[in-house]
Design a protein around this ligand. Sequence first.
Ligand code: SF4
Length: 656
Amino acid sequence: MKNKGYMGKILHVDLAANEIREEVLPDSVYKKYLGGMGLAAYVLYEKIPAGADPLGPDNILGFLPGLLTGTGSFFTGRWMVVGKSPLTGGWGDANCGGTFSPAIKRCGYDGIFFSGISEKPVYLYMDDHVRELRDASDVWGMDAVETEEYLGKKDGNKGKQPKVACIGPAGESISLISGISTDKGRMAARSGLGAVMGAKRLKALVLAGSKRIVPHDREEIKKISQTCNKWVQFQPPFVSGPMTAFVGALLRFLPTVMAMDGMLYKIMLKKWGTVAMNQMSPEMGDSPLKNWKGSIKDWGIRKSYASNPDVFIDCEKVKYHCYACPLGCGGICTTEGKYSETHKPEYETVLSLGGFCMNEDVEAIFYLNEVLNRAGMDTISAGHAIAFAMECYEHGVITREDADGLDLTWGNSEAIVELVEKMVRREGFGHVLADGVKQAVERIGKKAEPYAVLAGGQEPAMHDSRNDPGFALHYSVEPTPGRHTLGSLLYYEMFQLWKVVKGIPKAPAMYWKGSKYNDPDKLAEFGATTSKYMTIVNSVGGCLFGAFLGAKRIRFFDWMNAATGWEFTPNQYMDKAADIHTLKQAFNVKHGLEPNKIKISERALGRPAQTEGANKGRSVEIEAMMSRYWEQFGWDGETGKPSSEHVERIAAAGGK
Ligand code: SF4
């Protein structure tokens, strides 16, 4: 064990051969790739052969905590699942909070990587003495919550309270929009990696280790954590839930934008969780509505009021924090009907199954939140699939008969509920949608294509790229496209990196709204810096919401030095992040993707521009921005590809 915050080893599990093998990594690998996302890039780039079938034996599925997980630093308890995505055909990852991340390290590893395909369903069990693949035929078919409860007790070894990550029926049936669940319904949902786990016949990881995680300088970590905590705990009284709608409307009408300080978002997050944005975001133009063709004219305050943030905390029976989080945006809500409780739905879920489908029925959203969490299906992609089907129905591309008799009129909550249940069971028309929008177009035919809004094969998240062109950029250029957690103009403002990283531009404190669409150079520079910082956040196991408080308040760079004993500057860490990001891009190129052919659909770029609502008249000239962004990393400005010399230099520098 090392006094460096990391364990110094990873585990390789060959599911076909039933072999488990440790690999000790030299310090040089950690110094170069950190942990989490960075370590994943190092392993996957080298080990997954070009052209590997994402659902075949050559794909590798990795589970990783962060470099800082378990060291006493704050906001660093998130874990990451990685692999080649069956949805995009390129780099895939998904990120989740809860309590699973330190459990990987307590078993003694900085990552667990699965290859091959098991002959029969299995799960990996590990504690301090046992490390084996066990028969999972008794849990195959159970939903994610049942699986966790069952396996937790079965292998519990009283008092050890194992942590479980598992797939539900969606992963088992290889739904390309399935994810991996922990903590009874928290989901690492994106990139379709639940399907990779299902294809490998790996039902779960059950981890009950108790190894110590020993940082280099615990006292220093504690000191930094205490200074961070004072920012998190500052919590003045804030407006009521419905008032957030008026704040959003005000932001819509103002001709100027003021740079956002993440403290404001933190105050809202601490009070409500992400549902704080349920009314504010549609009002200000941040929420795509009605499958990206609607606007505030379709989804005004009267409709969004049903999902005002207070509705969610009124039924919150308990608030909870992820591991090592001083903020605690999570909650368990009581519900009526089949399930008595569910995790407080996230903003993304409420919008994708609400305003995105014109659905005002909040009870239905609570119910579907639990249905999808138990199935292990991505709520963003599921909402997209339903809205896409509704628009196809509106235009006569699919009929009531095609839809198994369901009336897919916008906002019909009974039909939405039934269709989601059918998707989970892959039954009838549900099968058409069960693998997301891209596959649905292939099943319905070309006539459905105009209604598909995608980014590189994945359904983009519930933040409108016409409102913040930074989302348009990151949805298009990230090695995992369509993700809202990787960057935007707003994030650049909130990260306030110029306070700790030398030589990067400060976000303007105030500017005319229109001006944010016409400077590709500046947007690309902000975007590249944001991508690097998010690579750091995802390599240390960091939470995006912690990062929103700003790099001077939530000090990931200082924590890394205190945990490892390294003495790198923030600029040196950002250079490492650029290399990791380049390796992920090189992964996509190695697997045949053409970065300049991946960009978010025209509708989400405002082509043509909307004629009403908050984003009226706006369109994003994405091509120039993408090109400038690639150049920021030293990649080819036309193709988006890093040169082979560039990639070889990075790969060689991390060698053993
Ligand atoms: S802010 Fe929320 S999502 Fe982030 S670590 Fe804390 S509880 Fe988890």
